[in-house]
Design a protein around this ligand. Structure first.
Ligand code: P6P
Length: 340
C-alpha cells in the first residue's frame, strides 16, 4: 500500500517546520542536524557491516580514557569530524577519542557553535552485537574572536542549544532536543530517511526499573548502597522490588530509561582511585543526556547537584550520574544527603 507522503515526517521536514516556528532561525541548526543525520547513516552502515568484514577488534591503540579503541570508534570519529569541519557552523569540537580541542581547519569557514561528541559510546559491546550509540551536544560560542577555545566547550549543560543521540540497534533511532521538547526518529533503511516515530517523548514521573552495575555495589557510598537496598526491598505497597536492567551501553540503558521510566545510575565508586568521580564523562555523555531528560520531564544529578548546573573544568572530566524519572532521582539524592 502506498503511504501518502503528507503523513510521513522526515527529519528534514521536521527541521524545516521547527525553523518556520523560529523567525530568527538562521539555518545553522538545520545544517547541524542534517549533518548529524548524514554522519549517523554512514556510521550505521559501518556498524551493520562490522560482523561481516574484518573491522572488528581493536586497533591496538588506546584513547584518552585509556580504553582499548575498536576500529569502529576510529571510523565513527573520522566520519563525524569530516561531516562537520567544513560546514561553517562550528568554531571547534571535542571528542572522547581526541585528547585536545579539535580546531576547524584554516581553509574552512568558522561558525558560532561548538560540538562535543562521543562518536561511538559503548564500543566495548560491539563484538556482542549490543546496541551502541553516538552522543552529541551543541553550545553557542561565548568567547571573542573567530577561533573556538576550550572556554567555549567548558560551559554548563544548561547552556546547550541542542543535545541528542543516535542508537544503532534492532532499529537505528535518533533522539534530539533543541529545548522545545524531545523528538525521536527511526531510520527507514529502504529509503535512507529518518522518519518521526516519537513526536513528543515524555519520561514517566516514576518507573519500576533501576539500572546500574551491581558489580560495583561494595565500592559505592553508604547512601547509594542504602538506596539500592531500598529499591530491592520486598515491599509491594511501595512497588518494591524494582526490576534490574543493565546492559553496559549508556545509550541503550538511557533510551530504555527515557521511554519506560525509572533510574539509571553510574555513581562514583572507590574501586578505581583514578576515577573518583565515576566513569561517565560530563561534556559528551552526562550533559546531553541531562538536557534530553529534563526536556522530557525527568531529572539528572551527580547525586547532589543538577548536572545542567555544574561548571565543567576540563574537556574529559567525569561525573557521577543519577538520571531518569524525577521521583527516583530525587529519592537517590535524599539517601545521599542523609548517608553520604
Ligand atoms: P561498566 C561504555 O564503555 C560506557 O562508557 C557507557 O556506555 C556505559 O554506561 C558504561 O561505560 C558501562 O561501564 O563499568 O558498567 O562496564
Amino acid at each position: 500500500m502506498h503511504v501518502r507522503t503528507s503523513n510521513v515526517v522526515t527529519i528534514e521536514r521536521h527541521i524545516l517546520d521547527q525553523e518556520r516556528q523560529n523567525p530568527e532561525a538562521t539555518g545553522q541548526f538545520s545544517r547541524l542536524l542534517y549533518q548529524i543525520a548524514y554522519a549517523s547513516k554512514v556510521i550505521n552502515r559501518e556498524v551493520r557491516r562490522a560482523g561481516l568484514i574484518d573491522i572488528l577488534g581493536g586497533t591496538g591503540d588506546t584513547n584518552v580514557q585509556g580504553e582499548a579503541v575498536q576500529k569502529l570508534d576510529i571510523i565513527a570519529q573520522e566520519t563525524i569530524n569530516d561531516a562537520f569541519d567544513h560546514i561553517g557552523v562550528l568554531c571547534c569540537m571535542t571528542s572522547e577519542e581526541v585528547d585536545d580541542i579539535i580546531s576547524i581547519p584554516p581553509q574552512f569557514d568558522l561558525g558560532k557553535y561548538t560540538l562535543a561528541f562521543d562518536p561511538l559510546d559503548g564500543s566495548s559491546n560491539i563484538a556482542a552485537n549490543v546496541n551502541i550509540g553516538t552522543i552529541f551536544s551543541v553550545h553557542r560560542k561565548i568567547t571573542t574572536g573567530r577561533e573556538g577555545k576550550e572556554e567555549d566547550l567548558l560551559q554548563k549543560g544548561r547552556g546547550q542549544v541542542m543535545a541528542g543521540y543516535v542508537m544503532y540497534g534492532s532499529s537505528t533511532m535518533m533522539v534530539y532536543t533543541t529545548g522545545k521538547g524531545v523528538y525521536g526518529f527511526t531510520l527507514e533503511p529502504s529509503i535512507g530517511e529518518f522518519l518521526l516515530s516519537h513526536p513528543d517523548i515524555r519520561i514517566p514521573q516514576r518507573g519500576s526499573i533501576f539500572s546500574c552495575n551491581m558489580g560495583n555495589y561494595r565500592f559505592w557510598s553508604e547512601g547509594v548502597r542504602k538506596y539500592v537496598d531500598d529499591l530491592t526491598a520486598v515491599d509491594a505497597e511501595r512497588g518494591r522490588p524494582y526490576s534490574s536492567r543493565y546492559i553496559g551501553s549508556l545509550v541503550a540503558d538511557f533510551h530504555r530509561t527515557l521511554l519506560y521510566g525509572g533510574i539509571f545510575m553510574y555513581p562514583m565508586d572507590y574501586k578505581d582511585p583514578k576515577k573518583p568521580k565515576g566513569k561517565l564523562r560530563m561534556l559528551y555523555e552526562a550533559s546531553p543526556m541531562a538536557m534530553i531528560t529534563e526536556q522530557a520531564g525527568g531529572l539528572a544529578t551527580n547525586g547532589r547537584d543538577n548536572i545542567l548546573d555544574v561548571q565543567p573544568k576540563s574537556l574529559h572530566e567525569r561525573t557521577p550520574l543519577f538520571i531518569g524519572s524525577r521521583e527516583e532521582v530525587a529519592e537517590a539524592g535524599r539517601y545521599i544527603e542523609q548517608y553520604g
